[in-house]
Design a protein around this ligand. Structure first.
Ligand SMILES: *[C@@H]1O[C@H](CO)[C@@H](O)[C@H](O)[C@H]1NC(C)=O
Ligand SMILES: *[C@@H]1O[C@H](CO)[C@@H](O)[C@H](O)[C@H]1NC(C)=O
Ligand SMILES: *[C@@H]1O[C@H](CO)[C@@H](O)[C@H](O)[C@H]1NC(C)=O
Ligand SMILES: *[C@@H]1O[C@H](CO)[C@@H](O)[C@H](O)[C@H]1NC(C)=O
Length: 502
């Protein structure tokens, strides 16, 4: 799941645009209007001396690396407010902080301290600097190490901030949402509850079917118009025919490619790049962005190819600066068929997809509109052995993080937007009164985590309201705060009398 946010940022970097840290240099994700609280927070960027290897005392000894985190105390009432902790995912932490306005809006309401922690091996949190992506240094990139980082950081920062008795709520979107759910499963002693937004905890653990993802991308376009699906399928058919006749120069001109394709492999790459554009459009159809799903190709005859081409343009040429499309730099094939993004972050994500995170999603041109592109466990094994010298363990994630046997967990919200192709890889039905599934109708990828916007549909307002209510309850009755005798250890933090009205 290439972080679409990071992907756009990196795309712009490649194009010579500057990555404006903390800002949004791209138009798709830029909300047009902002209203409500004054909640553009001033985060301070800090580094935490983090243990390099939590699980082997001999390998790295007490060695540490600098793990980046962002923190703001501007909403916090010390001694009263809870701690909101974003479990960073596969990208630069500033990108998540600048696109998760809901967290700071809620922090303003509940007077919370807010921390965004960067995931090891992403952004600037590189345990071995530029050698981090070498073998064997990459080997300390695991979900377990990342969770241990967050747990150690939470304990230590609470100490430093004299907040040891304050409840912690974790937040995350996408893979970050998986991590926040896992934090609650694995460290319920430290974390009172989790908001796991658009977290495909089931499909990434190999539960579910490999056709679901691209079927759901297709369903999004189909729901706009069934002609749309047919047009896309027709375009891919025409491309297949041109390729069959090895009419490569025609393909080059139709798709404005920098170089003519010259092999079946190039055509595979082109199909992957095209399919990925539809994936991103389905994930990013926010109410205030370009209406991707509404830009479905027109439906007639010879125009089908140029319609496909225009789709690519919407996604990859958002800056309008690309003279032509370079097949191999705009889309990098990897162990995640939905794309690993670009740059160093994509290497780390590829490794995770080669080890614990199972993303064997396939398209088949029957239940979806894309060319048949298989990606089996065997394909994954071959690729991963060659690329990283590792053998994936398809059953490990569901063993370690409970798979679909989650009903004895508690205090986790699983929110999903129904436009998001990741949604049906997650928990869609509430499992108990404290394992709550929320459907956001008309919602794209973790829309609920984003800041309030005038264009927000009712469904997301209502989801955020439920989330705020549950989180408010959880911080009031933090079960981690109950000591052996059943009394509250942090009553001070909870019931500061003057402010109990909040
Ligand atoms: C690591 O351990 C060594 C002794 O083995 C000690 O001198 C050093 O201060 C320790 N470093 C940290 C960061 O604790
Ligand atoms: C990118 O967009 C610009 C501006 O619309 C256009 O001139 C250019 O041809 C586009 N590039 C490609 C490869 O389509
Ligand atoms: C998809 O299936 C249709 C109908 O079976 C077929 O005509 C078309 O060539 C297929 N497209 C691709 C890209 O394989
Ligand atoms: C969410 O929507 C899905 C698909 O429509 C449905 O199966 C599920 O029951 C819904 N879940 C909740 C919590 O409403």
């Amino acid at each position: 799941m290439s972080s679409p946010i990071a992907l756009f940022t990196v795309t712009l970097t490649l194009l010579g645009g500057r990555v404006n840290v903390g800002g949004l240099p791209y138009t798709y994700l830029q909300p047009r209007h902002h209203h409500g609280f004054k909640t553009e927070p001033q985060f301070s960027e800090k580094y935490f001396p983090q243990t390099v290897d939590h699980f082997n005392f001999n390998s790295m000894g007490n060695g540490t690396f600098n793990q980046r985190y962002l923190i703001t105390e501007e909403f916090w009432i010390k001694g009263y407010g809870p701690i909101f902790f974003y479990t960073g995912n596969e990208g630069d932490i500033w990108d998540f902080a600048s696109n998760s306005g809901f967290i700071t809006e809620l922090a303003a309401q509940l007077r919370a301290l807010v921390i965004f922690a960067e995931h090891r091996y992403y952004g600037r949190s590189l345990p071995f600097d530029k050698d981090s992506f070498s073998i064997p240094q990459i080997g300390l990139l695991t979900v377990e190490q990342a969770l241990a980082d967050y747990a150690v950081m939470i304990r230590e920062l609470k100490q430093q901030l004299a907040a040891t008795d304050c409840p912690v709520i974790v937040f995350g979107g996408s893979y970050g949402g998986m991590l926040s759910a896992y934090m609650r499963l694995k460290y319920p002693n430290m974390v009172a509850g989790a908001l796991a937004a658009s977290a495909p905890v089931l499909s990434t653990a190999g539960l579910g079917d490999s056709g679901q993802f691209f079927r759901d991308v297709t369903a999004d376009f189909e729901s706009v118009a069934s002609e749309c699906r047919d047009a896309v399928r027709g375009g891919f058919h025409q491309l297949k025919e041109l390729a069959r006749h090895q009419d490569y120069s025609h393909i080059q001109s139709e798709f404005s490619l920098c170089k003519p394709p010259s092999s079946a492999q190039d055509i595979q790459q082109l199909n992957g790049l095209l399919r990925n554009a539809f994936t991103l459009m389905a994930m990013l159809d926010y109410p205030y962005s370009t209406h991707f799903l509404g830009t479905c190709p027109p439906t007639h005859g010879p125009d089908l190819l140029s319609s496909l081409r225009n789709t690519v343009g919407i996604v990859y040429n958002s800056t309008g600066l690309l003279p032509c499309f370079d097949l191999y730099s705009l889309y990098v094939k990897c162990a995640d068929p939905t794309g690993c993004g670009l740059g160093l972050d994509s290497l780390a994500w590829d490794y995770q997809a080669c080890t614990e995170i199972d993303l064997c999603y396939e398209s088949n041109n029957v239940t979806d509109m894309f060319p048949p592109m298989a990606f089996t466990e065997t394909d994954r094994q071959l690729y991963c052995a060659k690329r990283w010298g590792v053998v994936p363990r398809p059953n490990w994630l569901k063993t370690q993080f409970w798979g679909d046997a989650l009903s004895t967990a508690s205090n986790i919200i699983f929110s999903n937007g129904d436009l998001d192709p990741w949604a049906n890889g997650g928990v869609r039905k509430s499992l108990s009164s404290s394992l709550v599934a929320l459907n956001i109708s008309g919602g794209a990828h973790h829309l609920d985590l984003r800041g309030s916007n005038d264009a927000d549909p009712e469904s997301v307002l209502s989801a955020r309201k439920t989330e705020a209510e549950l989180i408010t309850q959880w911080v009031k009755m933090d079960p981690t705060s109950v000591s052996g005798t059943g009394t509250q250890r942090w009553t001070h933090c909870r019931t500061f009398p003057v402010l109990s009205a909040y």
